[in-house]
Ligand binder design. Structure first.
Ligand code: ADP
Ligand code: MG
Length: 588
């Protein structure tokens, strides 16, 4: 019979390592967090081969004494916990698990020096075997070098992804940590190539510091598509930068969420973000944003998860509500903004090639001979012209005035800053959608009785659904009746949709409802039905529009919330600044 025995210390450490260290990036996380806990102002990270061959972290923090260094590699040895409440722990670590875990599965070298000590000390741990401590020269701070991680646990090694992917995970991790630690300078080198350098920020204005970090870590384009937001309620503070909806992404890796200064990846928060953006981004796309949540210590337990990525909130419903509210309020303000991503793409497309330029010159010459006077305007002239053409209008019109329609699909509008190309269907769809939604919530959808009721054939399954949702359809202004076993009779429809193909609209709505015949949130369902109605009730691409109609649409876009993107998150317009046009023609 097998006897009960204690596991060897080394095996215990390896098992523990499995929990803390999933892959090289988890080791980087633990080490950088240790450097942050040591109040380092500067942290340099060097990585080779996805971290599999080498990881080296240098900091200028408070360092360790010889005795502390000896202790630091023991299991459950920490300088960060003094029997206070868990909720009072402000450091990243406190379990004393990272260094021994790394030492159990890699070759680890630590060199550290404190302010007071004359020299530093060095220790080596090789898969659990600890060397003697030796004196060594170093400035104040700590260097930890890890080589051949997981070489003693081949099963884990096999589980790792390609070098490229592991590098990517490390880069994402450093981005996450650097964005929220504005005052620390970070440097990341992968295979001797500089990947990221961040400046030290010491502005009093945290938003300025954040913006500078965004540029350093994520680039200027990211910042250009962000809008600041903040809200505070009952001691719960939420602030940061929200990406405009058309600046969306294929996954959620560019959602940076922090709770009390810690990186988190929390289901409740993620789903609240998805929900708040739900109306403006196609279901499979993701917003890009940076959100800081500061919540009183007693209302949150941040120490539940070993790597602290999940948190427990005392009142998660309230937090969810507030987060959704503040995101939505700021999205409303973002209004008709469209992403600069598109504008950049256009600029690239517009750049003339060399051959093309020669042709232009010839044509231009021919043209200028035939037309004695060319109609050239300076920017001021254009503004004057806009005003004189439209002297009946007063005020500022960011969407400008329609000049022409192209392909019966796009409206070209001239604004004070440049010109805009509007996708007439997408823009109108958004406007109709917002109108229908408002009318629905204000309970004032007006209906119109059809003189001759329409009869449509539907699947018999649909008839059941129809009967079940009859009341709900009425609230949308659609009044139907069962007509035999496989048909329905449409008696009334919303006035706003009187021009559209009623049969198609009704079939689409029934399909939408039958697909949703589960437990979707009511608001989601309402918005989806409004969206189907809007799609049917809006100007089609391919319809010729008069100038007055086009201008009317532009004015409606200015006054409609969220008109910068259609219901599916595509932009409704793109713009080219006068300044950029001049650059493209080499005038500036
Ligand atoms: P924890 O961070 O949970 O305390 P670790 O195993 O990560 O556990 O580290 C053990 C101890 O080693 C820390 O409590 C700290 O005192 C010391 N230490 C680790 N890294 C550093 C560092 N970069 N600078 C100063 N001290 C450090
Ligand atoms: Mg630690």
């Amino acid at each position: 019979m097998p006897r009960v025995r204690l596991l060897s210390k080394n095996l215990v450490n390896q098992i523990a390592a499995g929990e803390v260290l999933e892959r090289p990036s988890s080791a980087v996380k633990e080490l950088v967090e240790n450097s942050l806990d040591a109040n380092s102002e500067k942290i340099d990270i060097f990585v080779r081969n996805g971290g599999k061959t080498e990881i080296k972290i240098l900091d200028n923090g408070h360092g360790m004494t010889k005795e502390d260094l000896k202790m630091s590699i023991m299991r459950h040895a920490t300088s960060k916990f003094n029997n206070e409440n868990f909720s009072e722990i402000k450091t990243h670590g406190f379990r004393g698990e990272a260094l021994p875990a790394i030492g159990a599965v890699a070759k680890m070298n630590i060199i550290s020096k404190t302010e007071k000590s004359d020299n530093g000390f060095e220790i080596n741990v090789n898969s659990g075997n600890i060397s003697n401590i030796k004196p060594i020269a170093r400035e104040r701070g700590t260097t930890v070098t890890i080589k051949d991680i997981f070489f003693s646990t081949p099963a884990r090694l096999k589980f790792l992804k390609s070098e490229k992917h592991e590098n990517y995970l490390i880069k994402k991790l450093i981005q996450k940590l650097a964005i929220c630690n504005f005052n620390t300078r970070f440097q990341l080198q992968i295979n001797q190539k500089m990947i990221m350098i961040t400046k030290k920020n010491n502005s009093q204005d945290q938003m300025e510091n954040l913006k500078s970090r965004i540029v350093d870590c994520l680039g200027l384009e990211f910042l250009e598509n962000m809008r600041e937001f903040s809200s505070i309620e009952n001691g719960l503070e939420i602030f940061g930068c929200l990406g405009i909806p058309t600046f969306n992404h294929s996954n959620n890796t560019n959602q940076f969420v922090y709770v009390n200064g810690r990186v988190v990846n929390d289901k409740i928060l993620n789903s609240a973000i998805k929900y708040a953006y739900g109306d403006f981004i196609a279901y499979h796309r993701h917003s890009q944003l940076i959100i800081f949540i500061n919540i009183p210590g007693e209302d949150v337990d941040i120490n539940v998860h070993p790597t602290k990525s999940e948190v427990k909130f005392r009142d998660s419903n309230n937090l969810r509500r507030l987060l959704i509210k503040s995101i939505r309020n700021s999205l409303k303000e973002i209004g008709y903004n469209s992403s600069t991503q598109n504008t950049r793409k256009i600029i690239e497309k517009f750049k003339p090639t060399h051959n093309f330029k020669l042709n232009i010159e010839r044509n231009f010459f021919d043209y200028s001979v035939k037309n004695e006077k060319l109609d050239f305007f300076s920017k001021e002239d254009i503004n004057d012209k806009i005003k004189s053409d439209h002297s009946k209008f007063e005020g500022y019109f960011p969407m400008g005035f329609a000049k022409c329609q192209l392909y019966k699909t796009y409206i070209i509008s001239q604004t004070e800053e440049g010109f805009i190309i509007v996708d007439q269907h997408a823009a109108h769809e958004r406007i109709v959608y917002e109108k229908i939604k408002k009318k629905f919530y204000d309970k004032c959808i007006r209906t119109q009785i059809l003189l001759i009721p329409e009869i449509i054939k539907v699947d018999s399954l649909m008839i059941d659904i129809l009967e079940k949702y009859d009341d709900r359809l009425r609230t949308f202004g659609i009044i139907l009746e069962k007509f035999g076993e496989d048909s329905v009779l449409i008696r009334e429809i919303p006035v706003i949709l009187k021009e559209c193909n009623i049969k198609e609209l009704t079939l689409d709505i029934l399909t939408e409802i039958s697909e949703n015949d589960k437990n979707e949130l009511l608001e989601f369902e309402i918005n989806k039905i409004c969206s189907v109605m809007a799609c049917h009730g809006s100007i089609r691409a391919g319809r010729e529009m008069k100038t007055e109609e086009m201008n009317h649409l532009l004015r409606e876009m200015e006054s409609t919330p969220y008109s910068g993107q259609c219901n599916h998150g595509r932009p409704t317009f793109i713009k080219l600044d006068f300044h950029d046009i001049e650059k493209l023609f080499g005038r500036k």
